[in-house]
Design a protein around this ligand. Structure first.
Ligand SMILES: Nc1ncnc2c1ncn2[C@@H]1O[C@H](COP(=O)(O)OP(=O)(O)O)[C@@H](O)[C@H]1O
Ligand SMILES: Nc1ncnc2c1ncn2[C@H]1C[C@H](O)[C@@H](COP(=O)(O)O)O1
Length: 222
């Protein structure tokens, strides 16, 4: 019996991994997809035509980048639906609007007209009964010190040159955002409570928690 069957996780489940930049979403996505034999849906940073430009000039490129991310995530949503689920997704679509677009608008690096155009489009596409929400959102949380050292260790040039205040603000916004998020069930995992790099049993422990949590939330929803 595989881990998915052992812990009663439905074959068609869609699990999305949320959390601030550098917290460990991609690493968790790979580990869970391997453990559950699920497909992955990644953000593709290397082929994103706006990301470098955006980090060089937030004001000029924030609208273009948000539209690009929205289109990419929507296409991924369609792909997951067409396969009939069974996916681990690296970052949820909700973070684009709830964290990034909102933060740039409030900081003045996205103007009012662009923000309104973007939010109207987002709501028309996502906030409808036709949009399938994930079965579970796993929220990865950790201290800002650990997250900054992970961003450093990963070494993406565009992120290294960004002032630390940007990451501090984002970290704070994530905490506020997740406390009021109600788009789907949320399981919080603290990055100090597992060690995907050195502990071979850790994936199974996480799958066990997911299975228990999904069982509990499906009973509560009945
Ligand atoms: N459980 C972990 N323990 C130690 N380092 C980790 C862990 N998960 C991720 N990392 C490291 O932290 C950095 C950021 O991880 P990544 O998965 O790319 O984050 P995200 O996708 O959230 O931006 C990478 O260098 C990765 O190797
Ligand atoms: N919606 C977004 N707006 C601005 N920047 C974004 C958005 N989504 C992702 N990003 C950036 C943040 C990182 O530099 C890369 C990849 O994110 P990661 O958390 O490392 O997977 O894209």
């Amino acid at each position: 019996m595989n881990l998915r069957e052992k812990y009663g996780i439905p074959q068609n489940a869609v699990i999305t991994i949320a959390g601030t930049v550098g917290v460990g979403k991609s690493t968790m996505t790979k580990a869970l997809a391997d453990a559950l034999q699920f497909r992955t849906s990644f953000e593709n940073v290397d082929t994103n035509p706006y990301l470098d430009l955006f980090y060089d000039d937030f004001e000029k490129w924030s609208f273009h980048l948000q539209i690009y991310f929205l289109a990419e995530r929507f296409k991924e949503q369609k792909r997951m639906f067409e396969y009939g689920g069974g996916f681990i997704q690296d970052r949820s679509i909700y973070e684009d609007t709830g964290i990034f677009a909102k933060m740039h608008w409030e900081k003045g690096t996205m103007n009012n007209v662009d923000y309104e155009t973007y939010t109207n489009l987002f709501e028309a596409m996502v906030m409808t009964p036709y949009f399938p929400h994930p079965d579970l959102l796993i929220y990865l949380e950790g201290s800002i010190e650990d997250i900054l050292s992970r961003i450093q260790e990963r070494g993406r040039a565009m992120e290294q040159q960004t002032p630390v205040d940007y990451w501090l603000e984002m970290h704070q916004r994530y905490e506020n955002w997740i406390n009021s998020f109600n788009g789907c069930p949320v399981l919080r995992l603290n990055i100090n409570d597992y060690d995907l790099m050195n502990d071979p049993d850790c994936s199974e422990q996480i799958v066990e928690r997911i299975g228990g949590f999904m069982k509990q939330t499906s009973i509560l929803r009945k």
